[in-house]
Design a protein around this ligand. Structure first.
Ligand code: ZN
Length: 424
């Protein structure tokens, strides 16, 4: 059986994920934890305090937190992403076919569509609501099993080997029967306690309602949705909180971004000016100038945390020989010669040192050269900030499935390594 520390962080991760069905909810979950540690939310439209302290900002589904009691740089940054592939609601969602009431959905990011079939799905996201002459934002979350994308019967498939799913036709969800056409958005607005006529915009997505579980005969595995990349959001938050309590020679920063799964190009994605702007404002608020900011960044390092591919027992041939990644084998350093990962020798050294100081083993991942490698926020964060950046992760299986899997002990080891990285 796992140690009590491992069991506690595995349970903590399950709780974090179940509280966070959308990127907006991830930010709220992190913000609630930070506020219990005395962090104060700053407003990007206002001047920031000239004294150091514990602060964070939220921009949509992205959040940046830092603690600078003594100095304004250099920085140690742990980055992650808050979004996960899923099925999202179209602008005119209502559809009736053959007596079924459907909600029109479309894939967000590289969702493994087969994994979304035959699950009881809830809805979450945010609404933009008219208030007087202005707008307010309202988070919404419906945990009732209202939606399901039904699979085709095997007897109706051509060769009984499964069907290729068409993202346009095959992922609409059933939510009722009968000819009376209900308005799905009215239903969501009412669940959020909002007048449906006041809802002017929305980002709504589905989530699997099965709770995250610690599984396996030895209780050493975690079965959950959105491990990519809430596994890192959770471990990064734990690491950040630890580094704030026991800081090293740098300002610890936690930066979690929305929109990684669709390329990060938005006002709040990793390709935006969000992180460099926040870091510059930290220096400016303390009375420093642009020269001090640039000097602080030049001495900074970033760890881009995203999940890594453990060697799959049913497909071992899909992995690079002699670079096997073990579940519960420790944090993973990700290297790609074509810079799908940002890791260079300097960043690799910084993370290896952190693992060493944390007393956890480090594994080295290389993708097969004949398969397309995924990417992370690492290369863009490096390019946007000029910081040496290292891509790291924790091992998992079934990446981009509605239900993913990782090792319980890896949560603790990953958080310990990131904490040591944040407090050099
Ligand atoms: Zn990811």
């Amino acid at each position: 059986m796992p140690s009590s520390a491992v069991a506690a962080s595995a349970a903590g991760l399950c709780e974090f994920i179940d509280a966070s069905p959308s990127p907006f909810h991830v930010c709220r979950t992190i913000a609630e934890a930070l506020e219990t540690d005395g962090f104060v939310r700053l407003d990007e439209t206002r001047a920031w305090p000239g004294t150091g302290g514990r602060y964070y900002i939220v921009r949509g589904g992205s959040l940046v937190a830092w603690a600078d009691p003594e100095q304004a740089g250099p920085f140690r940054v742990v980055g992650a992403h808050t979004d996960s592939p899923n099925l999202r609601v179209k602008q005119h969602p209502d559809l009736t076919v053959a007596g079924w009431q459907l909600v029109r959905l479309e894939p967000y990011g590289g969702a493994w569509l087969n994994s979304w079939l035959d699950r009881e799905l809830g809805i979450s996201g945010r609404l933009s609501v008219r208030e007087g002459t202005g707008l307010s934002e309202r988070l919404v979350r419906i945990d009732e099993p209202i939606l399901r994308v039904p699979q085709l019967a095997i007897h109706l498939s051509e060769d009984r080997r499964g069907v290729t799913l068409d993202p346009q036709r095959h992922v609409n969800a059933v939510w009722g029967v009968g000819s009376e056409r209900a308005a799905f958005l009215d239903f969501v607005a009412e669940a959020a306690g909002v007048d449906p006529r006041a809802v002017l915009g929305w980002e709504l997505m589905t989530h699997d309602l099965a709770p995250s579980r610690v599984i396996g005969a030895g209780r050493d595995l975690i079965s959950a949705p959105r491990l990519d990349n809430q596994g890192t959001c959770y471990a990064g938050l734990a690491a950040f909180r630890a580094a704030v309590e026991n800081p090293g020679d740098a300002v610890p920063v936690l930066a979690v971004f929305d929109h990684e799964e669709v390329g990060s190009q938005s006002d709040r994605g990793a390709q935006s000016e969000l992180l460099p702007t926040v870091l510059e404002r930290i220096v400016l608020a303390r009375g420093g100038g642009r020269a001090e900011f640039l000097a602080a960044v030049a001495g900074s390092v970033c760890a881009s945390g995203d999940m890594a591919h453990a060697t799959h027992p049913n497909y071992p041939e899909r992995h690079e020989p002699s670079h096997g990644i073990d579940i519960n084998g420790g944090p993973v350093l990700k290297v790609n010669q074509n810079l799908r990962y940002a890791t260079d020798a300097v960043g690799a050294g910084a993370f290896a040192l952190a693992c060493d100081r944390a007393g956890v083993p480090m594994q080295r991942y290389v993708h097969r050269a004949d398969l397309p490698c995924g990417s992370t926020i690492g290369p863009m964060t490096a390019a946007r900030t000029g910081m040496p950046t290292v891509d790291v992760g924790a091992p998992q299986l079934a990446m981009h499935s509605a239900r993913e899997m990782m090792g319980a002990a890896d949560v603790t080891a990953y958080a310990a390594a990131l904490a040591a990285f944040l407090a050099p």
